[in-house]
Each structure stands twice: as structure tokens, then as C-alpha cells.
Design a protein around this ligand. Structure first.
Ligand code: AMP
Length: 287
């Protein structure tokens, strides 16, 4: 497994693989890797011949009061995990390699970036699209894999990839959960034991709403009530939003059906967690 630290090295590696006729898969991460990230690597292997993972804690996607400085970092542990899953190269740039002095360009997707996560994190997606565009240009993959846990992010990346003609296939992978249902997240390690216990109410609420949907409930207000009752029963949780929206434009919908996203964000103390489920355009749904 190669560790590449500069954009030029990364591009040269990928160009060589392309000349050999190999298809390149890419999994962008911010490190502190867990089984959710590693599943994305497995899925990338299913689609391509060689797999690159990047580890970069991207400062531009953090707001001024967010957890950039304390975001967990474990490059050696991460490298061992990626090696064990057969990753061919890690792209591990320093901050200045990605944003050298004089850097002045923005990449911004209009519309859907202002909703849901955008309500509380208004600058977040501009940072995500900027770094992902740069990572795409460094890695030059054929396929990139993103997690459904960050559903809005996947939609934003898809939009950018089409709009800017990257010609990269975006694969969205299912959410990997702890045994008690909590979606795996690098931020889960911030939780105190009490908060960790309370956090299960988020996935429990979403799963209960999902089950009600499968049992035939389609009305947004009824589903919101079912889910909010569970979240509200947990005093350590403060709800940021629970929204039922169209995946096309993230506008609210009255009924849940094909193309609907059910997404929530909550705080436990200072830690912000998100989770969701959605119904595909073909009507299939997965929690
Ligand atoms: P992050 O390192 O948190 O920026 O996440 C990197 C990638 O891993 C993103 O595409 C996330 O959506 C994905 N991811 C994070 N948590 C999970 C999870 N529990 N299951 C599946 N994918 C995940």
C-alpha cells in the first residue's frame, strides 16, 4: 500500500494505473476510521481494480465554532485498517498541500446546500464540494463511494459531479450501525457513557418511523409525531431537525413515497449526530 502526500504524486500514481487499463475506485474520508468507512472500501473494490482512500480533515467544511481542532486523528491506526482491507494507495495531504497560500477558488452547489444540514451549518457544503472537487482532480477515479449516512452530502456530490462534468460514477453505500442501532461515526467517540446510551434514541426513532412506513403509514405529520415522541423521551437529546423531504430538491413533502428522504440531526451535549432513511425512486426502502 502506497502513501502519497502530494497532489502531483497522487496524479502520477493514478495516471500510471489508468495507462495499465485499471479502473480506480476512491473513498474520501476524514480519518478516525470505523467499519462504516471500511465497508465503503469493500464496495469500491467490487466496482474497480484498484482502490484509493484519502484521509484529510478538511478545514473548510468546519464552521468557526465547530470541532476542527478536536476532530479525532489516528493516521497510523487508519493506515493499518486500510491495509487490512486491501487499499492500494492512501492519499494523505497536509493542509498546505490542499490549500496553499494564495488559494482563492470556491465550489458551490446552489439550492439543496441551504436546507437541512445547511440550516445549522451554512458554510459546510461549500467546504465539502471544494475539497471533493480537489480530491477528484488529485485521484482521478472512475468510481467514488460515499455513505448514505450523510445522505444530503451524497446528493450534493452527485449534483456537483454532473454539473462539473467530472465523469465519475458516484456509488452510495448503506449505513453501517453499531449493534444497538447507532450509526457509526467518528464523532461517536466524543459521547460520554450516558450520552452514548441516550444516542440510541435517534436510530430507534428513525427505525420506528421506518417500520410505521413499511406498515402503511404515509402521512408526514403522523410519521414525524411517531419519531419525535421517541426522541423527546430522551432528556439528553436536543433535536436540531427532523425533516421529511423530496430527494430532488429537499423541499418538505406531505406524504412519504418514492424519492423521499427522512433525515434527522440531534445534539448530545456538544456532539452533533445525524441519521436518516430514504425511499428510492423505485419504491424500495432501507433503514
Ligand atoms: P467522514 O470521514 O465522516 O467524512 O466520512 C467519510 C465517508 O464515510 C462519507 O462518505 C460518509 O458518508 C461515510 N460514512 C461515515 N459513517 C458511515 C457509516 N456509519 N456507514 C456508512 N458510511 C459512512
Amino acid at each position: 500500500m502506497e502513501v502519497l502526500k502530494t497532489v502531483a504524486e497522487m496524479q502520477a500514481w493514478s495516471d500510471a494505473k489508468r495507462r495499465e487499463g485499471l479502473r480506480i475506485g476512491f473513498v474520501p474520508t476524514m480519518g478516525a476510521l470505523h467499519e462504516g468507512h471500511l465497508t465503503l472500501v469493500d464496495i469500491a473494490h467490487e466496482h474497480t481494480d484498484v482502490v484509493v482512500a484519502s484521509i484529510f480533515v478538511n478545514p473548510t467544511q468546519f464552521g468557526p465554532t465547530e470541532d476542527l481542532e478536536r476532530y479525532p486523528r489516528d493516521p497510523e491506526g487508519d493506515a493499518a485498517k486500510l491495509r487490512s482491507r486491501g487499499v492500494d494507495a492512501i492519499f494523505l495531504p497536509e493542509r498546505d498541500e490542499m490549500y496553499p497560500p494564495g488559494f482563492a477558488t470556491t465550489v458551490h452547489v446552489e439550492g439543496i446546500t441551504g436546507m437541512l444540514e445547511g440550516w445549522t451549518r451554512p458554510t459546510h457544503f461549500a467546504g465539502v464540494t471544494l475539497v471533493v472537487a480537489k480530491l477528484f482532480n488529485a485521484v482521478r477515479p472512475h468510481v467514488a463511494v460515499f455513505g448514505r449516512k450523510d445522505a444530503q452530502q451524497a446528493l450534493v456530490i452527485r449534483r456537483m459531479t454532473v454539473d462539473l462534468d467530472f465523469g465519475i460514477e458516484i456509488v452510495v453505500a448503506p449505513t453501517v450501525r453499531e449493534e444497538d442501532g447507532l450509526a457509526m461515526s467518528s464523532r461517536n467517540r466524543y459521547l460520554s457513557p450516558d450520552e452514548r446510551q441516550a444516542a440510541t434514541a435517534l436510530s430507534r426513532a428513525l427505525r420506528t418511523g421506518y417500520q410505521a412506513y413499511l406498515d402503511g403509514e404515509r402521512t408526514t405529520s403522523a410519521l414525524v409525531q411517531i419519531m419525535m415522541q421517541i426522541v423527546r423521551s430522551e432528556p439528553l437529546i436536543r433535536t436540531d431537525y427532523l425533516a421529511i423531504v423530496s430527494m430532488r430538491n429537499l423541499d418538505p413533502v406531505d406524504k412519504v413515497g418514492p424519492g423521499t428522504l427522512v433525515a434527522a440531526a440531534v445534539y448530545l451535549g456538544k456532539t452533533r449526530l445525524i441519521d436518516n432513511w430514504w425511499v428510492e425512486e423505485d419504491g424500495s426502502a432501507e433503514f
